[in-house]
Design a protein around this ligand. Sequence first.
Ligand code: NDP
Length: 246
Amino acid sequence: MLTGKTALVSGGSRGIGRAICLALAAQGADIAFVYAHNAARAEETVGLLKKHKVRAKAYACDVADFSATQRLVQSVIADFGQVDILVNNAGITRDMLCMRMSEQDFNAVIDTNLKGAFHLIRHTSMQMIKQRAGRIVNITSVAGLMGNPGQANYSAAKAGMIGLTKTIAKELASRGITCNAVAPGFIQTDMTDAMPEGILQKAIEFIPLKRIGAAEDVAHLVAFLCSEEAAYITGQVLQVDGGLRM
Ligand code: NDP
């Protein structure tokens, strides 16, 4: 159980992030989550979390902004007293073949998906070090392991998160803090709903389990990695992809 713990989850207003918030709340954790613009979806998540009788609060913050994330973490600690669990889940796509990709789209994806994770680790880790305990989970992607045509920016950011995960695992292990990465394959969310139907159907042909995953498939693993039972697992990249990449 995670009763008495506070989790900070980025991108909790919908999709995988919302499922992660709910899975952690089901274990008794209080939830502070971040979203970008979608206040209505964020409020929906807060309502769902309250059914678990935990404290829950949504914070609008751009994870790509170093100073804004610093202020965010200060607010979360003022509101909740501590951060025991950090899940870096916020992410975007700006797909295009590399030869046509704009610098702006490359930077936007790196800034949100990779630097966003760095920012939140940077601002929460000192407090976890003082507590001599903590759990960090970074949501990467099989695209960071395999590459994916049209996703040079996204694959580079997600591969970067894997290097970040292993480094943080080594830097913080002696303080009782674990850091792992979870690499989903195709998961049903707004992100995959935006993909052309034909591409998704073709992808399913290559998935041994022959279906797209659910956000909960990812969330259950994240909740386990945040538990006491996962204390001896760190620096790992765990795939939730129906066997897509073996
Ligand atoms: P969604 O597009 O459904 O949700 C994205 C979430 O991130 C939203 O809560 C959004 O907030 C938030 N967000 C986006 N940009 C920012 C920002 N700059 N600052 C703060 N919050 C931000 O994504 P998914 O649930 O599909 O994906 C979640 C994670 O899982 C991502 O990192 C993604 O790369 C990864 N992933 C997803 C896969 C999939 O198949 N769906 C596969 C592999 C990895 P708001 O609602 O306000 O826009």
